[in-house]
Write a protein that binds this ligand. Structure first.
Ligand code: ZN
Ligand code: ZN
Length: 297
């Protein structure tokens, strides 16, 4: 379950829960709640995400056949450029200081989108949006963590509304790879469950969860225990930064084994624990997901 498909009350409860587990989450918690509200309102005013974005099947194969072969379904979407622009502008407004730079980058991108590269309808692919994300990141005028928050929230909102419930129809039990079975993205966080200490990974983009071998790097598939490790902050052990010395990449695992209710919103825990991302990068590890959450410029 991810942030933006959850109802408002559930997000508020999880934010309150996270304030007790992580330090300094008061102001960011409020901002995240506001961001969720703004995106929901904006989508509603435009007739819903479903009206403005379509799921794109890049392969046209039976899902079960493809999954059994160990290949991601690679579902992407196309989204109307005017709708995407509105969503980004509104989200940027909620995040305050990202507004001007995002506006400028959008103007540049719009020029390109409307120059026939994408036809007159300007239906954008997921890759087009990733390119825009890079463009904003490159200006280095907005803090990287805010840029990541802005784009990942808008993209996951669009993705989850287009693929949505469809993904619950497939049997993901046999899937144990290090990338998402539905969209192919690499995970940034996951969870440790009390039931047999199972490690579950969750996709930051489409919210899909799948089981993964506990002592294995999702990115280079290494299983040698002495090269794999994790660190926690003393006295606060819910968030573990799992790292691999061979590929120098990391991801975060939330140890929920002591919690009464293990059904938590991992995306909120992730945003509440961004200081761990900063520590991981300072230790020389890169995010295996490719999403940088470094704070500041
Ligand atoms: Zn996914
Ligand atoms: Zn590795």
């Amino acid at each position: 379950m991810t942030l933006l498909v959850a109802d408002r009350k559930r997000i508020a409860t999880e934010i309150a829960h996270c304030k007790t587990l992580y330090e300094g989450f008061d102001a960011p918690g409020k901002m995240i709640q506001a961001l969720g509200d703004v995106l929901n309102d904006c989508a509603k005013r435009q007739g819903g995400v479903e009206k403005n974005a379509q799921m794109q099947d890049l392969h046209g194969e039976e899902p079960e056949v493809r999954l059994a072969r160990g290949e991601s379904l690679n579902y992407h979407f196309t989204v109307n450029s005017a709708f995407l622009t509105l969503m980004l502008q509104n989200a940027a407004k909620a995040l305050g200081d990202t507004r001007a730079v995002v506006g400028k980058s959008l103007e540049q991108a719009k020029g390109r989108w409307n120059n026939g590269e994408h036809g007159s309808a300007a239906e954008l692919t997921l890759q087009d949006v990733f390119d825009l994300w890079q463009l904003v990141q490159k200006t280095r005028s907005v803090a990287p963590d805010l840029t990541s928050l802005l784009f990942s929230s808008v993209l996951s909102r669009v993705y989850q509304a287009t693929v949505g419930a469809t993904k619950d129809e497939w049997d993901l039990e046999p899937w144990h790879r290090g990338s998402c079975p539905v969209c192919g993205q690499r995970p940034h966080y996951g969870q440790l469950l009390s039931e047999q200490g199972t490690k579950v990974l969750e996709c930051w983009l489409c919210g899909t969860q799948w089981n993964h071998t506990r002592l294995q790097c999702p990115f280079c598939e290494l299983r040698e225990h002495d090269e794999l490790g994790y660190f926690v902050v003393e006295g606060r052990s819910v968030c573990r930064v799992q790292f691999c010395r061979r590929c120098s990449q990391y991801y975060k695992i939330f140890d929920t084994r002591d919690m009464i209710n293990e059904d938590i919103l991992l995306s909120v825990h992730h945003l509440a624990s961004l200081e761990y991302d900063v520590m991981a990068e300072k230790e020389g590890f890169r995010p295996g997901s490719g999403l940088s959450w470094m704070v500041g410029v």
